[in-house]
Design a protein around this ligand. Structure first.
Ligand code: PSU
Ligand code: MN
Length: 288
């Protein structure tokens, strides 16, 4: 049921990329371009990209450009628990970070690049909405490169859960966890790192000697947007008023921000996805 691209064999440095951000993270039509450029960035770093998704009854590792173009807003959002059903039911499935990690564990890919990790949503004390990204990361020996966790979440609570789950949070040339669009104001990371090599050394010790799971590498966005918090509050209020729940919250909030920031969050989101893909490529090369 898992189809792995032939390019996987004979390559030591592989980076997995997710498809939820392609299908649901950007306005119609733009996500595919973002995904293709992320693949180019991985290659520029000397590694091979494997974009993951569910298509034609199979879990596919290494989608072709034609296949990727079929991932639009009509795709299911597929977390770890949704993979098998999506494949068996022959639906198009866009994998989240957690869904992608589950596939990586099954086929031995150790590095992934994305935008922002999912986490504990605001208001968790009333509605315990916690992304499956967190538990899957803890259970998968892999490095995920992201711009921290999405600031639409409860960042402090998410950081606590990462600690509970034993996930190292490595700040890439930063002491503070980036807040997706913003480089500043986040909680402290568990360790600061300066190079891809250092990440690789930590990851290998964590995996092979300690037999532990996922490592989060948090890379701050190059251009920090420090004034989006009020807009995020508006977006979450609008989501609540319109009865948006569960899986729909993240895509709703992202598109609200893209619209009301005159595209600033859209540009920032694109850039950080690409930069993270490139760093993921460098880490994959360092691991090999
Ligand atoms: N990063 C982005 N855009 C996205 C996401 C991350 O820049 O759309 C997606 C990821 O796939 C992540 C998911 O796994 O949002 C988390 O969704 P939820 O909170 O529903 O678990
Ligand atoms: Mn959720």
């Amino acid at each position: 049921m898992i189809r792995v691209s032939e390019e996987m064999s004979g390559t030591a440095s592989v980076v997995a990329l997710e498809t939820t951000l392609v299908a649901h993270g950007f306005p119609p039509g733009e996500g595919v371009e973002v995904g293709l450029e992320a693949e180019r960035r991985v290659r520029a770093a000397g590694a091979v990209p494997m974009t993951v998704g569910v298509l034609d009854g199979e879990i596919v590792v290494g989608l072709t450009a034609d296949e990727l173009s079929r991932f639009d807003a009509g795709a299911r959002k597929v977390g770890p628990r949704d993979l098998a059903a999506c494949a068996a039911q022959d639906a198009v499935g866009a994998t989240t970070v957690g869904g992608t990690l589950a596939v990586m564990r099954a086929c031995g890919i150790a590095v992934m690049g994305t935008g922002g990790l999912g986490g504990v949503h605001r208001g968790w004390n009333e509605n315990p909405d916690v992304s499956a990204d967190l538990a899957q990361l803890a259970a998968t020996p892999a490095v995920v490169v992201s711009s921290g966790v999405k600031s639409l979440l409860d960042v402090a609570a998410t950081t606590e859960v990462l600690e509970t789950l034993g996930v190292p949070v490595l700040g890439f040339r930063t002491d503070a966890l980036p807040l997706f669009y913003s480089a500043h104001g986040g909680p402290p990371v568990s360790a600061r790192v300066e190079t891809a090599d250092e990440v690789a050394r930590i990851a290998v010790t964590h995996w092979t000697e300690l037999e532990s799971g996922g490592v989060l590498v948090a890379r701050p966005p190059d251009e920090s947007l420090d004034d989006v918090e009020p807009l995020i509050a508006d977006a979450l209020r609008a989501a609540d008023e319109e009865g948006v729940r569960g899986q729909q919250v993240t895509p709703f909030v992202l598109s609200f921000l893209h619209r009301w920031s005159d595209g600033r969050t859209l540009r920032a989101n694109r850039e950080l996805v690409w930069a993270n893909a490139e760093l993921a490529g460098e880490i994959a090369v360092a691991l090999a």
